[in-house]
Structures are given as structure tokens and as C-alpha cells.
Write a protein that binds this ligand. Structure first.
Ligand code: ADP
Length: 319
């Protein structure tokens, strides 16, 4: 049982300064006033364990009053004592809470008690594309188009709102039982102040890291997400990521030198290959825009309107 308590403002308790306080919806942050925990306003029942991430444990959490079920990310405050980690968590909450899109994991609510921060998210009950691909090995081209359309739609929305996700990878493409993609985990995301801003730093390492982040010379921007879309598409079609090697150093070398191949034992169309090659351009300014990807020859091919649930485990016969 987890109880959410009302937060009572308390201007006197200076010990709970802004830094202490993770609340991001707080309009009161500038004066450094804190809060105290008041009466219980909601009760949640912790259920099935869903998974573990960098600093969160994720469980099903049911609102006892409404019976609505969420994915509850529970973060132990003792694991986020460093200022950097706190800022990161606060930024994740702030950015994620500002987004609302059918293909982005819905940020429902967040609260905290003395020891934990709780983030309630839309429950995605069919794990992620990573597990799907492990079972399926690789996907058909129509399936890839089906998923790419949803991902492109969500990324277009993020970029329109000046948010760069920076960690688009199969494990962050969550799935509902209806095989709808929901992009999640905004732990590395950045919100730009203005469109031409260049980001120079990032805490943490994205899996499908773009070469300009590795070289770190002129900063990076929206194009890093485009790059990872290329890595995602390659991985869905071929069955393993393009730059994967046994150790990270070699992988980084290959990314910087743009060394990858299309294995001859996997058949993919010329259009698919051309799209991947155009996206995996070492020069960020040479990569296609999202609109160019939409218009690419590959994306014009047949797309299933929906996928049957059995596509989670085996190739559907129609695609
Ligand atoms: P962290 O930010 O600490 O890395 P993640 O966002 O990766 O945490 O979440 C950790 C794990 O919790 C994921 O790998 C997944 O198994 C599970 N999870 C996260 N969000 C959801 C969700 N919305 N629905 C279902 N499971 C989720």
C-alpha cells in the first residue's frame, strides 16, 4: 500500500529548500519555501514488478479508488542524493509531463513522500520492442513501416515542442497489447530554449549514440534522434544493431568511422537500404529531415492497418 499525502506549504521550514524538493509543478520554487506532508489524498496498491532501470523500480500500481492501473516508477531518494542526479530526475519529470501524444507513454501523475518519488505512467503491458525483437529475430518490411510511422509521428511532435529525446532505442519503445508504440524514458531528454541552440553536454550514454555526440565538437541537436531512428530501423530489419561489437570502444570507433555492413544472408529491399544509408550519415546536416523520411520510397510501401497480438511472437502471415 502506498499513500499519497497532500503537500502542505510551509514557508518556515527552510531546511527543505528548492534543491531538496523535487516538485516541478511548484510555482513557489523561487522563494525556496518547502512543504509538509498533510492528509492522505490517494491510496495505491503496488502490484506486479515490471522492470528495473537506472534508478527506478517499476511496478503496476492500482489507484484503490478508481481501480485504474498505472506503471509506477518508484525511485528511492537515497539513490538520488547528488545534485546532478536530482537535476536529471527533475528534468525528466518536467519534460515528460509537458508531452502528450498517442505514441508517447502518457505521464499521468507524480508525487513523493519522505523516502521515495513516485511517477505514474500509462501502463504498456506488452514490454518493449527489444523483447519483441528478441522473440521475432527480425521484422518484415510492412511491420517496420507500421512501427516507423508511429515513431515518426511521436518524434515529430517532440521536435515541434523543442524536445530531443536523445535515447531512442528498442528498449525505450514500449508496446501496448494492441501493438501500439509508446516512446518512453525521458531520462536523457533535453528541452531547447530556441531552435538553433546546440546542446554540448549530456549525463549518461545513449545506446544508439550519434557520431557528433562522440566527437563533441560543435554540440548536437535534433539530428541525434534522426540518427537513432536509422539505428532502430536497421535493427528491426536486420535483427541486430549496425555498429554492435563485443566492446564499447570498438563500437564507438565504428560509429565515428561510419563502418557498418548489410549482411548478405538477410534480404532487404533497395528502398530500405537507401533510407538507412541516408539516415546513418556521419554529418548531421546531411541526414534527412523527418519529412524526408516520411516521403522516402521505403515509407510508401504497404502498411498493415493493425497488427494481430500474435505478431508479438511470430511473423503474421499477411505481412
Ligand atoms: P530508468 O529511467 O530508471 O532507466 P526505465 O524507464 O527504463 O527506468 O524503466 C525501467 C523498466 O520498467 C523498464 O525497462 C520496463 O521494464 C519498465 N517500465 C517502464 N515504464 C513502463 C511502462 N510505462 N509500462 C510498463 N513497463 C514500464
Amino acid at each position: 500500500i502506498i499513500e499519497e499525502r497532500q503537500r502542505v506549504r510551509n514557508g518556515v521550514d527552510k531546511a527543505r529548500s528548492t534543491e531538496e524538493n523535487l516538485d516541478t509543478s511548484n510555482t513557489d520554487q523561487s522563494d525556496g519555501s518547502g512543504y509538509m506532508l498533510g492528509p492522505v489524498i490517494a491510496t495505491y496498491i503496488r502490484g506486479r514488478f515490471l522492470g528495473k532501470g537506472g534508478f527506478a523500480k517499476c511496478y503496476e500500481m492500482t489507484d484503490a479508488r478508481t481501480q485504474r492501473v498505472y506503471a509506477g516508477k518508484i525511485i528511492d531518494k537515497s539513490t538520488v542524493t547528488k545534485l546532478r542526479a536530482r537535476q536529471k530526475l527533475r528534468s525528466e519529470i518536467q519534460i515528460h509531463a509537458s508531452l502528450r501524444h498517442p505514441h508517447i507513454v502518457r505521464f499521468e501523475h507524480f508525487f513523493e513522500d519522505e523516502d521515495h518519488v513516485y511517477i505514474l505512467l500509462e501502463l504498456c503491458d506488452a514490454q518493449s520492442m527489444m523483447e519483441l525483437l528478441k522473440r521475432r529475430k527480425r521484422l518484415t518490411e510492412p511491420e517496420c513501416r507500421y512501427f516507423m510511422m508511429q515513431i515518426l509521428d511521436a518524434v515529430e511532435y517532440m521536435h515541434r515542442n523543442r524536445v530531443i529525446h536523445r535515447d531512442i532505442k528498442l528498449g525505450n519503445l514500449f508496446l501496448t497489447g494492441e501493438l501500439q508504440i509508446k516512446i518512453g524514458d525521458f531520462g536523457l531528454a533535453a528541452k531547447l530554449e530556441y531552435d538553433n541552440e546546440r546542446k554540448r553536454t549530456m549525463c549518461g550514454t545513449p545506446n544508439y549514440i550519434a557520431p557528433e555526440i562522440l566527437s563533441g565538437k560543435n554540440g548536437h541537436s535534433y539530428e541525434v534522434d534522426i540518427w537513432s531512428l536509422g539505428v532502430v530501423l536497421y535493427t528491426m530489419l536486420i535483427g541486430k544493431p549496425p555498429f554492435e561489437t563485443a566492446d564499447v570502444k570498438t563500437t564507438y570507433k565504428r560509429i565515428k568511422a561510419n563502418i557498418y555492413t548489410f549482411p548478405s544472408q538477410v534480404q532487404i529491399s533497395r528502398a530500405a537500404r537507401e533510407l538507412i544509408v541516408s539516415i546513418l550519415n556521419a554529418a548531421p546536416e546531411g541526414r534527412p529531415q523527418l519529412s524526408d523520411i516520411w516521403c522516402s520510397e521505403f515509407m510508401q510501401g504497404p502498411v498493415p492497418r493493425c497488427l494481430p497480438r500474435k505478431a508479438l511472437d511470430e511473423e503474421p502471415n499477411s505481412t
